[in-house]
Ligand binder design. Structure first.
Ligand code: SF4
Length: 333
């Protein structure tokens, strides 16, 4: 594993396994005009000079999560759900990550005090039906730490769904040991949402672990970020979503890029994303087609596309969030 802190930004971290999925070695790889590797695997992992460019649209916390923090590590943006950002660690620091400005300051896994605070909160707030455990990537933590977090949720005397959001199964499938899969199975109802952006991420090793998770009774979903030069072609997305569906992994979301600082070079113009999605709707079955969505810049929740478009004004899109609030999203920038 590599772990080098890049100056002033998101650290560089990737696994050897991740690099083994690429068509060429990371050293001296081919790069585009923005200094981003051409290979879709390397492009998601290797820092580029373009990350230093922060546009006037971009935000440190593009989803406005900080304003919904209820206590350390816990965010409450929705009535029925609590988001737990359990750690700032990941096995791969994705260059397009929407939490890329937050992760460097949130390095360690939540401690026992924070875990107890979560259990106490859930006990009082009966309306919470689902706990999303995210990060960073929670599966970077040892099994014992994960067990204490899961057990805290299970200590609440009502059924709560645990939604585990992770990229580990594609980045480091070896982490899914039989012990970890047994722990996840024991903590059901538990479902996993996997971040997967390109068909090359569907390695044989990943597919075998996905099969084991499914056999252990853990439903799998995927979310994909639309990324310029990586997966912004209908053929790539059709291959990805149909393969996921065949493997029993439900294609859940296709996300328009968030306005995270230093990621403009990855964002696909919304007009192009809409045209792409129109193509996907023609080509993919209902089981294969994910929902196309964008998180309202600065907070306000998920907005489905194209349904959430209120109007277009030149190079500006006006989006309507589920609560009726209007949000601006630039065509480019
Ligand atoms: S694994 Fe997830 S949280 Fe970690 S850098 Fe990638 S997108 Fe961000």
């Amino acid at each position: 594993m590599h772990d080098v802190i890049a100056q002033g930004g998101l650290p560089f971290r990737a696994t050897r396994f991740w690099f083994s999925l690429a068509n060429e070695p990371p050293e001296n790889c081919k790069k585009n005009e923005n200094g981003v590797p051409v290979d879709p695997i390397l492009a998601q992992a290797i820092p580029s000079p373009s990350e230093a460019l922060v546009t006037s649209w971009e935000l440190r916390d593009p989803l406005g999560e900080s304003s919904h923090t209820i206590f350390e590590h816990a965010v409450r943006q929705y009535h029925s759900r609590v988001l737990v950002r359990a750690t700032g660690q990941c096995f791969l620091f994705c260059r397009h990550c929407f939490r890329r400005s937050l992760l460097p300051s949130e390095r360690s896994f939540m401690d026992s005090k924070a875990i107890k605070a979560l259990a106490a909160y859930l006990a009082v707030h009966q309306e919470v039906r689902e706990v999303l455990i995210s990060g960073g990537d929670p599966l970077t933590a040892p099994d014992a730490s994960l067990a204490s977090l899961f057990e805290a949720v299970r200590s609440v005397p009502r059924p709560i769904l645990i939604r585990l959001c992770t990229r580990t199964p594609v980045v480091l499938p070896q982490r899914l040991t039989s012990d970890l899969i047994a722990l996840l199975s024991k903590m059901r109802p538990l479902q996993m949402v996997l971040h997967i952006n390109h068909p090359k991420e569907l390695s044989q090793e990943f597919m075998e672990k996905a099969e084991l998770l499914l056999r252990a009774g853990i439903p799998l979903h995927s979310q994909t970020v639309l990324l310029r030069g990586i997966n912004d072609a209908a053929s790539v997305l059709i291959e990805l979503f149909s393969a996921l569906n065949r493997a029993g992994i439900h294609p859940y979301y296709l996300f328009q890029g968030d306005l995270a600082a230093g990621t403009a070079h990855f964002r696909v113009p919304l007009s192009k994303g809409l045209a792409l999605y129109e193509n996907l709707r023609k080509e993919l079955s209902g089981l294969e087609l994910p929902r196309y969505a964008v998180d309202a810049p600065g907070g306000g929740g998920k907005i489905y596309l194209p349904e959430g478009i209120a109007e277009r004004r030149a190079d500006l899109w006006i989006l309507r969030a589920p609560d009726g609030s209007l949000h601006e999203y630039p065509e480019e920038g």
